[in-house]
Design a protein around this ligand. Structure first.
Ligand SMILES: *Cc1c(COP(=O)(O)O)cnc(C)c1O
Length: 375
């Protein structure tokens, strides 16, 4: 455990509950990813993974720009001084379309109706089309292409869409984000090469001057171990000169730069199962409940016990780490072994920097929010 992290945990007000984000870890992670990417690749950060202003500000500096999918994220990106912005999402409002164009963002247009709305708003310029390809060569947690989804234009409809493209709009590329949390490095490299080949063939068939291939995000991490997708195969991808390959990962850049910490308020055994009841839970960190897995934790011992009554403690026990919500679904981990755990100790959940706080239902039961600390 890094000393600065432990020190920050000890300084927290009690009962302790916090998200900790480490900007040095964000910088290191970005540098590792950049080193693995082929030439002519542009790295954007997908803000939806973690919209904390310090995280967004750091990644706006270390990446080439940001990928956003709402007016709120666009505002964050502008505040963070992003050099490049890509704007996507299947449900853009007129206000968002106008704001994105005025901010100089590259739009990923997701339907023929959206094209007509852009034209009617008098918005002109270069755009990318998001395509739901006929097939996907990838597996991962959320498949968005090669299958019915609200994302992008069905590949089969592309000829019609291009034939009726409103004047003033020029297609310069395709957006092909297809999957989340892919752990297979060689498969991701194949996906990138295939995205480039498909885009080149489609562009030449429709007389498009192809400049951009956006292959989205989806670089995965394995929550059960400390493993991430192997990036080495990505360097074998060739991006032809004159073409820009855009990658816009979220999870890969932020997951390991965030921790969720929650103090054990109570320990109890009912019907043979032992529960550590936390000051915190899935209203702060919903990912394990949303995906139905146990998120590993480490115990941070807190030796202080200023109370006159005995301190609950357990030895060599499998526990469920549960939250403060009045629902049996408020579970962060099931059946994890602890050698020693006391009320007042902290459970520390690593890899909580992506899709943690940002996807959680904060107001359910109206408990206090966690403390947010940027290291
Ligand atoms: C969510 C999303 C990303 C980021 O996905 P990760 O799995 O976090 O890398 C990138 N692009 C688009 C269009 C997205 O919707």
């Amino acid at each position: 455990m890094a000393d600065h992290l432990t020190a920050a945990l000890h300084r927290l007000p009690t009962p302790r509950c916090a998200y900790l984000y480490d900007t040095t870890a964000l910088r290191t992670r970005t540098a590792q990813l950049r080193a693995a990417l082929p030439a002519n690749t542009t790295l954007l950060y997908a803000v939806k993974a973690n919209g904390h202003p310090d995280v967004v500000h750091t990644l706006a500096q270390t990446c080439d720009g940001l990928e956003v999918a709402s007016g709120g994220e666009l505002a964050l990106a502008l505040q963070a001084g992003a050099r490049r912005i890509a704007f996507g999402g299947p449900a853009k409002t007129d206000t968002e379309l106008a704001a994105a164009v005025h901010a100089g963002a590259l739009l990923n247009v997701e339907s023929p109706h959206e094209l007509r709305r852009l034209a009617a708003l008098g918005l002109h310029g270069d755009i990318c089309l998001r395509i739901n390809r006929a097939t996907t060569p990838l597996t991962g947690s959320h498949t968005m292409t090669g299958t019915p989804t609200p994302f992008g234009i069905d590949e089969h409809q592309l000829p019609d869409v291009l034939a009726t493209l409103p004047t003033g709009l020029r297609v310069i590329g395709f957006h092909l984000h297809g999957v989340s949390n892919n752990l297979d490095g060689p498969a991701h490299a194949t996906f990138l090469t295939d995205a480039i080949t498909w885009s080149q063939q489609t562009a030449s068939a429709h007389h498009i001057d192809l400049r951009v291939v956006n292959a989205g995000g989806g670089l995965g991490i394995d929550y059960h171990t400390d493993r991430s997708i192997d990036l080495t195969p990505l360097s074998t991808v060739t991006v032809p000169d004159g073409l820009e390959l855009i990658l816009e990962p979220g999870r890969y850049l932020t997951a390991d730069a965030g921790w969720y910490a929650a103090e054990v308020l109570d320990l109890k055994t009912t019907h043979g199962r032992t529960f550590a009841v936390l000051r915190g839970g899935t209203h702060h960190f919903r990912l394990p409940a949303a995906w139905g897995y146990s998120h590993p934790f480490t115990v941070i011992p807190i030796d202080d016990w200023p109370h006159p009554y005995p301190r609950p403690e357990i030895h060599n026990t499998h526990i469920d780490a549960v939250g403060e919500l009045c629902t049996p679904r408020d579970v962060l981990a099931r059946g994890q072994h602890v050698t020693h755990l006391r009320a007042g100790d902290i459970l520390l959940f690593a890899r909580a920097g992506a899709y943690g706080w940002d996807i959680s239902h904060h107001d359910f039961l109206r408990h206090d929010p966690p403390t947010f600390i940027t290291l």
